[in-house]
Design a protein around this ligand. Sequence first.
Ligand SMILES: [Zn+2]
Length: 425
Amino acid sequence: MEMIGHGGKEIIERVLAKDAALKRVAEMKAAKVKTLDVRLQMATEILDIAYGFFSPLEGFMTKADVEAVCNNMTLADGKTVWSIPIVYDISSADLEKSGIKQYDEVLLTYTGNPFAIFDITDIFTLDTKEVAMKVYGTTEDKHPGVKRTYQYQDKFLGGKITLLNPPKINEPFTRFWLTPKQMRAKFQEKGWEMIINHQTRNVPHTGHEWLMKGAFLGAYGSMMVDKPRGGVLVNAIIGSKRPGDYIDEAIILCQEAQGKHGYFREDTFLTTCSLWDMRYAGPREAIFHACLRTNLGCTHHMFGRDHAGVGTYYDPYDAHRIFNKVPQGALRIKPIFNLDWWFCPVCDEVTYSGLCGHKDKKASFSGTLIRSIIQDGVKPPRRIFRPEVFDMIMTCAEKYGFGNAFVTEDYLKNRQPVFTIEPLK
Ligand SMILES: [Zn+2]
């Protein structure tokens, strides 16, 4: 099975087997190495690094990497495309208190349990305003990615990560989280040669369903149709939430429901998730998503209107245009650019701006409309929501969302964590 990821290198997996991990932790404790307890933001990215979601990254970025990412959209090697800094921040006070120096080997813990080894090769500072401008195209802290950048502490640590303690992925996410290597094994099992990724943070209405179907039909064109040789991979982004977002549980279970109830054949459809805190970096985030899904083994990636954008910071098609700026061959995945799908009452079907001539009659799937349908809780026509998908939204609202399908303060405070790190024994 091919295990080549982004940048043309073998998928990174930096995870110690249990016996080796137990031995290393005992040695590190005996040697009284310095320890740092990481917050959820860091823990998420440590898992992404260790399992190769971020291949070819082997750890948190050094200053040279961050500068190359900001200035040239590559890593420090000058050729591997990378669009978003992956950094580990710490305050000067905490750094001083810890006594950590360059070339130290540090034991990272999460919720108090041994988690990973951090080989620190660089300690540096960044001009966060400059990073914001280069990555997000704005310095306004209303932009959530910029806000996150400004919230970083004043010092950064770069170096390789080795995972000591695999995560326990909690329900209902357990069956949806596959590492890049597991994902590729799954594709092989399914006999898929063409894998179209659909990036999502939404519960699917029929507009989304048709985006996926359109991309599937378009990409399938050149393949023999005697048996399914490809499929749509829904890869939901699960990570930090903002009030008003869909709750994670509804996203993943409603996506899966489309396959369970036959709107896609199960042999051409797979629902999974990746852990990532959206940065809303628009075009640069589109490039990042392409790298991530290359590592998952996908051959195609859908990019919709205003992909990963927020507010009016980006033109709706900036995230398409940026692919023209990437050197040919630098990405091992083919972008599929989706335009606008809508429902046409004259054609009586979901159609597309490039096909239907009844433009003045179009009924768009506006976010506000969809939101009000869900909040009313009255089952909408099946041409807007598949009934089983709609039922699942309501079930998830009750079971996981404290009565709401959208993120509330209550949800943020009281939800079950997506993953936990248990004592290592
Ligand atoms: Zn029409």
